[in-house]
Design a protein around this ligand. Sequence first.
Ligand code: DNO
Length: 392
Amino acid sequence: MQKTWRWFGEKDLVRLDQMRQIGVEGVVTSLHHKLPGELWTIEDIQAVQKKIEANGMTWSVVESLPVSEEIKQAGPKCKAHLEAYCQSLENLAACGIRTICYNFMPVLDWIRTDLEYTLPNGTQTLYFSWVEFAYFDVYVLKRAGARADYSVDLMKQVDEYASQATKETDQRLIYIIIIKTQGFVNGPLGNITGDPLVVFRQFLDQYASLSKTDLRNNLVAFLTDIMPVCDAHDIHMCIHPDDPPYPVLGLPRIVSSTEDIDWLLQAVDNVHNGLTFCAGSLSAGIHNDTVEMAKRFVHRTHFAHLRSCDILPNRDVVEANHTLGRGQVAELVRIFETQAPHIPMRVDHAPTLLDDIGKPYNAGYSLYGRMMALGQIEGMMAMVHNDKRSKG
Ligand code: DNO
């Protein structure tokens, strides 16, 4: 697989020349100043591409070309946004960039409740706590009917948590769930002004009457519309699975399981409608077996995110070292390196360690942790090659 690395542009604390030194071949990035729905011109694209190429690498994957909420909801501006999306795809292809990662998660692109969860060895990792998340939903967001979405047992713990909570607890969760995690991923909450809770509720309200079937239909309509452009230019669309792979805050989620992915790949049965195999997001679901899924979906996987999660007895999710956890990354490397060796892969979310602790990285994207994870993955890739050689 091609070794790639996510870069957030000039604001990123990790520089392109450093990435090259650690063996990165391809860059995964986006036009981070663009809003969902906006057109990407050839000039915009080339400006970034030139910087990458000047550092001896290629722009391998766009992550993300964001799908606007208008498209997800089939709203009034849907048609205009779709036209811009198709034109952006054509422009990217004209620059030689043909692997496009996107997601179809309403409102929230990914969710964590702790970005600095300290492990016994002193490193920090990302964490999703059901108690804190349900507390946010019921007590901070005060979403109508929220209580009914959680078990009685969980709500007992949430009520207990609430009895200890302070204003700071609420501010911290608002910051993590709405601001920090969403602030760098090109989603709808990237540039909000005003009270984040008010804005967030407005976004959620837009989905009040949208069912899982509606969202599925809107995804099929989106893919059906863009497939002619993808076919004409050999563009591979790679949907990112839901992270975590469960319905949240009353919002439908439609890329969470084998059944969902089977449905999606069959609904638009075209090789250009493919998957970002995010081992981390998938392994955060107790219903998912990443190895079985990789075997099943390898031929429609055009991009891999390699990371791993553990699920604790209380169902909380903690991101694991790349050699450990439910993600089974070593097995995945064997499958992809053997059956899809041409695809780009990037290490995703790694522990924060050493002098990186306390630095203002985007959550999950520090240097040393990812560098260590990349080394681990390179080792796994080398083992697969050695096995192949020794089998002749
Ligand atoms: C988080 C990322 C996601 C991902 C998008 C792709 O770190 O894995 O934000 O980039 O969902 O559209």
